[in-house]
Write a protein that binds this ligand. Sequence first.
Ligand SMILES: *Cc1c(COP(=O)(O)O)cnc(C)c1O
Length: 382
Amino acid sequence: MINYTSFIEISRKALKNNIHFINSQMNEGVTLSAVVKADAYGHGISCFVPIAEEAGVRHFSVFSADEAMKVLGVARSNPTIMIMGMIENSELNWAIQNDIEFFVFEETRVKEALKAAKELGKPAKVHLEVETGLNRTGFTKKELSNIIDDLKHPLIEVKGFCTHLGGAESIANHYRIQKQKKKYSQLYKWLVVKGVTPEKRHMACSAALIRYPETQFDMVRVGILQYGFWPNTETFIHYSAKNKTPDSPLERVISWKTKVMSVKKVKTGEFISYGTSFLADRDMVIAAVPVGYSHGYARSLSNTGRMLIHGVRTAVVGLVNMNMMLIDVTDIPNVKKGDEVVLIGTQGEHEVSVASFGEMSNQLNYELLTRLPYEIPRRVVD
Ligand SMILES: *Cc1c(COP(=O)(O)O)cnc(C)c1O
């Protein structure tokens, strides 16, 4: 059997705990759409979706048609799948045929969707994304007014009316968020007067779920919380103050593990790995680990990354190479080839969290997780 050089474990228990927590923060009657774009934030759609379904999730959000296809392929409960971003005209037929819902934010997409729906004799299920201040994608009022008739066509089902907030995780954006909320409500009222009544209103992401519960409307699109991370520390502090608890209710779902590939002794005064970034200032013992920047371990963690071996925290020495890196095991007795190394996760009493290493490498949790290559095998553990 051929093994990959590292593997990722997905904790069923942690994921269920997080979904339970998210549900507890939702107002009565609100639907949870589990955001699983970017291969479920690096966790793997094929592991993630069936567990989320076990926890009662029946609505999934993805970025693009290829991701929707992945969810469709592994889902067991016939959930609703919603594409929030990219879909080609040539993919519209497939989406409509498979009851995949999708955001529309351009007149041409609505026209193309209607064309495809007519060809198939089956309605297109669309969510109207409106511009409220993120200035990314979304209809302005004027653009919407041009397509009112199309939206009333029986082959267009207006499943949703939505927008995305520009930074609900930070109080610095408070004024902008208030403006977005107001704009959204005005546009909604205007549309209803025009005779179009969308089925569900939705705008909240993880941060808004917690900080602006009034934005939950009929559905929330939650990503990062499901995976056990706060959008940022500020959001956790907000939650913690409001609920008078110092403890986070979230549990990390992902662990990333590998094994020692080789161990060697290095004499004082020698440089370790490429170049001169690490000089051994004593006789050292170094272990080579078969994970490098091509596997998603950021090169910026050179000389700073932390990992666990024999239940002890140790550090990366020298530059992270393409396929491997070196760790200092001088003070950890009897390290040998094959010993488990934890890159993210717990071993014994210690933990390496994504957050701690995210901060060190100045990367957000989001970025670090989603850079984990698709090829690293994911397995579900209880
Ligand atoms: C990614 C995304 C979300 C989820 O964001 P989180 O901060 O991970 O909860 C919600 N809505 C849209 C449109 C997104 O792109």
